[in-house]
Write a protein that binds this ligand. Structure first.
Ligand code: ADP
Ligand code: 2DT
Ligand code: MG
Length: 215
């Protein structure tokens, strides 16, 4: 007998500045997807549980030092080591929500002075999300959400540069049409409602198309 084809799941990236509410929204989204009985899982980047992820974790906590290029490639390698599983799961019908992805990878390294095109190169060929949901928050609103944490990039100068690089990248990828920019200054519930609408659209889109690759 011919096997019944299962339609694939959606691959969705949640991006944005520190404290924009990415992790809060990812957790709420997972609860809702699971409540609705959907096959869904969360994939956080960096994934600090792998061997590469542990190197990234110690770099972010400043217990180790690495050349900017070396850490850039490790962040990308952390995505590549998980790419086959992401691809297989999506094709088996799982919707995967990613808390940060290649876009954070590019802007954080570019904010430190590495070339924008150089930063994009190692991620070329990775699974391309069906939708990138960018949580946009002003510096003033971010500041209201409490002080900085302890990690390496959580300092005002770096955050300003990252914000500029995200603006630049948003313009650069505008034509690709997969970035959805949301006002992350709204309430948690309002933002969640808007994200839910975008996720449903992405799942519809996913049914009719194969997963693409990052160009
Ligand atoms: P991120 O993962 O983007 O760094 P978090 O989800 O950890 O952000 O949220 C950062 C802080 O802001 C947390 O204290 C969280 O409770 C709070 N927060 C998240 N979303 C909102 C919102 N829409 N309005 C006000 N505070 C928020
Ligand atoms: P959180 O674990 O709090 O999200 O912070 N980063 C992330 C990079 O510099 N390059 C990357 O490729 C990725 C995915 C952003 C993780 C920190 O690591 C930065 C903040
Ligand atoms: Mg977070």
């Amino acid at each position: 007998a011919t096997p019944v084809p299962t339609s694939r799941g959606a691959l969705i990236a949640i991006e944005g500045l520190d404290r924009a509410g990415k992790s809060t929204q990812c957790d709420l989204l997972m609860e809702r997807l699971q409540r609705e009985g959907k096959k869904a899982r969360l994939q956080k980047f960096p994934d600090r549980t792998t061997t590469i992820g542990k190197m990234i974790d110690s770099y972010l906590k400043s217990t180790s030092q690495l050349d900017d290029h070396a850490i850039h490639l490790l962040f990308s390698a952390n995505r590549w080591e998980l790419a086959a599983k992401i691809l297989a799961d999506v094709n088996e019908g799982w919707t995967i929500i990613m808390d940060r992805y290649v876009y954070s990878g590019v802007v954080f390294s570019a904010a430190k002075g590495l070339g924008y095109e150089y930063c994009r190169t190692p991620d070329t060929g990775l699974p391309r999300p069906d939708a990138v949901i960018f949580l946009d928050l002003s510096a003033a609103d971010a500041a209201k959400r409490g002080g900085f944490g302890e990690e390496r990039y959580e300092v005002p100068k770096m955050q300003r540069r990252v914000r500029e690089m995200f603006q630049f990248m948003m313009e650069d990828v505008r034509d690709e049409g997969d970035w959805k920019v949301l006002d992350a200054g709204k309430s948690v519930e309002e933002v969640q409602g808007e994200i839910w609408g975008l996720v449903e659209k992405a799942e519809e889109f996913a049914k009719g198309t194969g997963l693409r690759s990052i160009a």
